[in-house]
Design a protein around this ligand. Structure first.
Ligand SMILES: [Ca+2]
Length: 435
């Protein structure tokens, strides 16, 4: 190689690498808004113009972040005693979801999801094997203090019995249509298999179970005929169809741990669905959609008995592929993480970010918090993703548990320094543009 060629090569490599770096990374700053939390798994702003943000901790507390930035010591609600005992090493149970009624300002109602011990009246084939009962419940704010909920106001909306401790989903939100949406995982275990899972279909393709679905219900109108505290909207996709629970809006999920409605655009419902060993995925969830699990993992056919082999073909007729999939560090070297954490479409002030979907991978390893923040750009059916570069915290390292969004469209990151729900040392950051 001549000196000139070497010099040109060096220039080319330098230029190429610099160009690809700037093209690939999105520079962000993480601005701390709350700390000393234990496994925060959501931040939601109340829709009542008080500009209060509510933070839920997996261990069973809802806390109030006041508009001046102060986190109130006294929790809004404490349901820790209703929960299954959490494993301090690692657990997917606990207080998982929070949604304010769209008319919260006038009716004071809000909804939570949490896992408790198996309910006594559960009719299960082998009760011993079942792990928890996930409850969707309504609570109301207390009459004399807007920063305190009334713990006695609980109205149970729904119970979902869960065979294993993991894959509980638990995200809830009201859609732009005023109905409540509720995500549920396949019930747990590897490969959607084992006690409590349909042996031939898994929970994902079993439309007679709530496991592995997104439900859509009307919590304002009890169904008196069937003695239910909610009713099924008449335009749900499977109303009257044999073999389908009418509450199902979409199915074929493994663990849609975090979903969100885009505040702008077409108000898309977007879910990060946690994969098995090979592929993590993001789905745009549409009415009646089948998102593939246990027949597919990401865009690949899946064999639950040989989970790393991915057959070249399978009967995936009518199944909807994700808009993004990425490789898991469980089996790939060139990987982006182990477990997707779904996020939100940014709708804040920073024009270059508008419409980008901010999400993360929980961690590239189990041993320490090694989560990565990502931004996806929507482009038709297949989106692109780029890594975020945190410019103000060079040593940032965390398990990224979840995200939150305020009513201005800004997005928040929930970062934990421990694998399990212990130690009040977790932080919430607002994502802001780097200078
Ligand atoms: Ca899928």
């Amino acid at each position: 190689m001549s000196k000139l060629t070497m010099a040109l090569t060096a220039v080319f490599v330098l230029f190429f690498c610099t160009a690809s770096l700037t093209a690939k990374a999105l520079d962000v700053k993480l601005e701390e808004v709350a700390n000393k939390l234990t496994a925060p798994v959501l931040l939601v702003e109340a829709p009542d113009n008080t500009h209060r943000k509510f933070i839920i901790e997996q261990v069973g507390l809802i806390k109030v972040l006041m508009p001046d930035g102060k986190l109130l010591d006294d929790p809004f609600l404490d349901i820790s005693k209703k929960l299954t005992d959490l494993n301090p090493v690692f657990d997917e149970e606990g207080l998982l979801g929070l949604a304010f009624h769209p008319d919260f300002g006038s009716n004071g109602k809000f909804y939570v999801t949490f896992t408790g011990p198996i309910r006594k009246d559960a009719s299960l084939p082998v009760k011993l094997w079942w792990e928890n009962t996930e409850t969707l419940a309504e609570f109301s704010v207390s009459k004399d203090n807007p920063n305190k909920a009334d713990p006695a106001s609980e109205r149970v909306i729904m119970h979902v019995d869960q065979p294993q401790f993991n894959h509980n989903g638990g995200w809830i939100s009201f859609g732009p249509d005023g109905y409540l949406y509720f995500s549920l995982g396949d019930g747990g275990y590897k490969n959607d298999w084992g006690p409590g899972h349909d042996p031939s279909l898994g929970s994902g393709q079993d439309t007679g179970t709530r496991l592995g679905t997104i439900l859509r219900i009307d919590v304002n109108t009890p169904d008196t005929e069937n003695e239910l505290p909610y009713s099924v909207p008449k335009d749900n996709p499977f109303v009257g169809e044999d073999g389908f629970l009418p509450e199902i809006w979409a199915y074929g999920f493994r663990n849609p741990w975090r979903c969100s409605f885009d505040m702008g655009g077409n108000n898309d419902l977007i879910c990060g669905d946690v994969g098995q060993n090979a592929y993590e995925e993001i789905n745009v969830v549409t009415k009646g959609g089948n998102y593939g699990w246990r027949q597919k993992e990401g865009m690949h056919c899946f064999d639950y008995l040989n989970p790393n082999e991915h057959p070249a073909s399978c009967n995936d007729k009518g199944m909807i592929d994700p808009v993004i999939e990425y490789k898991s560090c469980n089996v790939f070297d060139n990987c982006k993480g182990l477990s997707i954490t779904g996020g939100y479409v940014y709708r804040g002030e920073h024009s270059a970010w508008k419409g980008k979907y901010f999400f993360a991978d929980w961690s590239k390893q189990f041993g320490k918090g090694d989560g990565v923040l990502y931004a996806a750009s929507k482009q038709g059916d297949k989106w692109s993703m780029e890594e975020m570069n945190v410019t103000n915290l060079p040593n940032f390292s965390a398990f990224i548990l979840s995200f939150g969004q305020d009513r201005q469209g800004d997005v928040y990151v929930m970062a934990s320094d421990t694998l399990g729900p212990i130690k009040a040392s977790d932080k919430i950051y607002k994502l802001v543009p780097a200078d």
